[in-house]
Ligand binder design. Structure first.
Ligand SMILES: NC(=O)c1ccc[n+]([C@@H]2O[C@H](COP(=O)([O-])OP(=O)(O)OC[C@H]3O[C@@H](n4cnc5c(N)ncnc54)[C@H](OP(=O)(O)O)[C@@H]3O)[C@@H](O)[C@H]2O)c1
Length: 325
């Protein structure tokens, strides 16, 4: 038997209930992974509340984990029993001691990266990778605004953007979070709960504004994020931790300077095995080089997934958070 979290109806953190089930057997193309660490991500909240529809009901949340391959099904060649692996992938199902997953979604964790680090960085780190290296290719001399800079994706993006030579401006919701963001690559950090971030960006850049704004806050930072962009700048709206955006009239992009807008999602950037290997490979390389540290600041037992969600939604977490089976 193995423990897992089951959601039988969408709602608040209290719908995350611990349950037991038989350990499943992998079918063709699948691997059974005994998980040692599970990554907590904001997307888990969207599935729990029903903002994103779960593929089935009841369901087990979670899209990221690390551990050891216990068994593989027919035709699996990318991994074998005993391999240390990690993943960030749909479908949901990570909040479990053991889970089945399509084997071609697994990456072997390289030497020098612990299971905990791998579980903490696959989803947030590959997100930072595609945002900074693919959606808009950040280069030396660029000015970048990254909202929620002290969050899981935010702390990784700050270090990565800095290492690429960009001027990194971050926003964060408390003085402690501002300090942490500064220690993780951000040249300037704005407390967007106390200050008008658009005005501060104008001051910091001397009116020149930013080449790209990465916005995962959504409702509360719209349309201010657009006012932080240079003519023909890029608005990458990749999340909605404060709530869904209103319907956006594309005319606003012309009015604010022929802006580019995109609403990217990680799973479209790692859809094929080669895209996954390239994106994860780049992330592993940067972490192994020592240029970037993965900050695991909160750890909860799997049985207390409720407490972990309360902390994440209550803006009480910084950096990455793990659930431990
Ligand atoms: N599209 C993609 O491919 C993709 C992939 C990964 C993550 N994401 C998105 O990126 C964002 C960050 O994900 P994460 O897992 O790293 O989470 P996180 O940044 O660690 O946590 C969310 C942060 O958002 C900020 N926030 C601002 N307003 C908020 C509100 N009203 N309620 C709650 N939080 C609020 C808080 O930081 P402050 O207190 O500092 O404001 C909070 O800590 C999420 O929106 C997520 O959906 C998107």
């Amino acid at each position: 038997m193995g423990a897992f979290i089951e959601v039988t109806e969408t709602g608040g953190p209290e719908v995350l209930k611990l349950a037991q089930r038989d350990v499943p057997t992998p079918g063709a193309g699948e691997a059974l992974v005994r998980q040692t660490a599970i990554g907590l991500n904001y997307i888990d909240v969207y599935f729990r509340t029903g903002l994103y529809p779960a593929p089935s009901m009841p369901f087990t949340p979670g899209m990221e984990g690390a551990g050891v391959v216990e068994a593989v099904g027919e035709g699996v060649t990318v991994v074998k029993p005993g391999d240390r692996v990690a993943y960030a992938s749909a479908p949901v199902g990570a909040y479990a001691e053991e889970r089945l997953i399509a084997a071609d979604r697994l990456m072997i964790v390289p030497e020098g990266i612990s299971d905990d680090e791998a579980a903490a960085m696959m989803l947030q780190g590959m997100t930072a990778q595609y945002l900074l290296r693919q959606t808009f290719k950040v280069k030396a001399g660029n000015t970048v605004l990254f909202h929620a800079a002290a969050g899981g994706v935010g702390l990784i993006a700050g270090q990565w953007g800095k290492s690429l030579g960009a001027t990194m401006i971050g926003t964060a919701g408390s003085p402690e979070k501002m300090e942490l963001a500064k220690a993780n690559g951000y040249d300037h950090v704005i407390n967007y709960r106390d200050e008008d971030f658009v005005e501060r960006v104008m001051e910091i850049t001397g009116g020149a504004k930013c080449d790209v704004v990465y916005d995962s806050v959504g409702k509360d930072t719209f349309p201010g994020s657009l006012d932080c962009l240079k003519t023909r700048g890029m608005w990458a709206s990749f999340g909605q931790s404060s709530g869904k955006l209103p319907d956006v009239d594309l005319g606003i992009l012309a009015a604010k300077g022929s802006l580019f807008a995109t609403r990217p999602t990680l799973f479209n950037y790692i859809a094929t095995r080669s895209q996954l290997e390239e994106t994860a490979g780049d992330l592993f390389e940067v972490v192994q080089s020592g240029a970037m540290k993965i900050a695991i600041n909160q750890t909860f037992p799997l049985a207390d997934a409720k407490g972990a969600h309360e902390a994440l939604e209550g803006r009480r977490t910084v950096g990455s958070t793990l659930l431990k089976p």
